[in-house]
Design a binder for this molecule. Structure first.
Ligand code: PHE
Length: 342
């Protein structure tokens, strides 16, 4: 008996517990009812009554030390596993900042413009940026080889001097043509979008920019309707005390035509660097749709009339947000864009 007890103590002492599986193996081997310690307890009854108390005490000590070893190992494993869990998060690492994105300043201005015209009953129409020469020029009453084409320096994609030639649209006016070919009057649309011109790039002009075109065709639409529409838009966009100036101008697709200036909304018309001391800022071109354009789209000019206007969007964004270089609007530098995230 003495020998068996010593043997078992050695086994218990040398048993290594480093994992949860080893802990369970230890329990099954020494601590359960049919384990090695319990087996020796069973043998006590075979001993002489004189030997029993002594061995009984030894066996109790053995059982206690096995219990203690089990409990200590269990605690140790718990500490290890919870601290291992914590280690996966290094609280000293700098966080990874997420930039959620924001509306581009041009889109904010465009959004305001759309809102104003939508409230006046205009719907939104779009067209392709890669456009047919005929829609960009011919159908808009630009005669072939007419110098008016030189007003807009064009990026041609194909150049066979035919109406099938493709180009990057130089203005949003070809969308007027597309709408008039598709729909019959009354027509009341705005056409926002990107346009392209082959111009020298500088802080004030870029090879791509945004326009918003408007077109209204119905029976007996007059220049007075055009003026009222532009006045209403300008007051909502630039403030109720804004003044407007209509200057006679020329566009092949409108007759009569005008360019419209608003009082400079930086200096209120007193004169500043931005308006070049004139007190006025040019915002759009407009006019009554030329009868030839209506005819080109199978709309009878004796029955219907209409007006059109086209305005730049980017310059308003530059002025509103006090950005002094148009190129910043197209470079998509996050340091610039994230300033508009509210
Ligand atoms: N398409 C003209 C431009 O880009 C603007 C315009 C549109 C003028 C509609 C009159 C009518 O310069």
């Amino acid at each position: 008996m003495k020998h068996s007890i010593e043997e078992l103590r050695r086994e218990i002492d040398t048993f290594t517990i480093r994992t949860a599986d080893e802990l369970e193996a230890f329990r099954l081997r020494f601590m359960v009812r049919k384990g090695s310690v319990a087996k020796l307890f069973n043998q006590l009854k075979d001993l002489s009554p004189a030997d029993r108390p002594g061995y009984g005490q030894l066996l109790n000590q053995l059982k206690q030390s096995a219990d203690r070893k089990y409990e200590d190992a269990e605690k140790q494993l718990e500490v290890l596993s919870s601290s291992a869990g914590k280690k996966r998060i290094d609280l000293t690492l700098p966080g990874r900042k997420q930039y959620p994105g924001s509306e581009h300043p041009v889109q904010k201005v465009l959004g305001d413009m759309k809102q104003i015209f939508r409230a006046m009953g205009f719907t939104i129409a779009t067209g392709p940026e890669l456009e047919l020469d005929s829609y960009n020029f011919d159908m808009l009453n630009f005669p072939a080889n007419h110098p008016a084409r030189d007003m807009q320096d064009t990026f041609f994609i194909t150049r066979n001097e035919g109406e099938d030639d493709q180009l990057l649209r130089t203005h949003t006016s070809p969308v007027q043509i597309r709408v008039m070919l598709d729909e019959k009057p009354p027509i009341r649309v705005i056409c926002p979008g990107k346009v392209y011109r082959n111009e020298a790039i500088s802080a004030r002009s870029y090879c791509v920019f945004h326009q918003l075109e408007g077109l209204y065709i119905d029976k007996s639409v007059s220049f007075a309707d055009l003026k009222a529409t532009i006045y209403s838009f300008a007051k909502q966009m630039f403030g109720s005390d804004v003044q407007l100036r209509f200057r006679p101008s020329f566009f092949p697709f409108t007759e009569p035509s005008a360019e419209v200036d608003v009082t400079c909304y930086l200096c209120g018309g007193k004169g500043c660097r931005v308006c070049k001391q004139s007190g006025w800022l040019e915002i759009l071109g407009c006019g009554m749709v030329h009868p030839n354009v209506l005819k080109n789209c199978s709309i009878d000019p004796d029955e219907f009339s209409g007006f059109a206007f086209g305005m730049g969007v980017d310059r308003t964004a530059l002025l509103r947000y006090k950005i002094d270089d148009i190129r910043l609007l197209f470079e998509n530098d996050v340091r610039m864009l994230e300033q508009f995230s509210q």
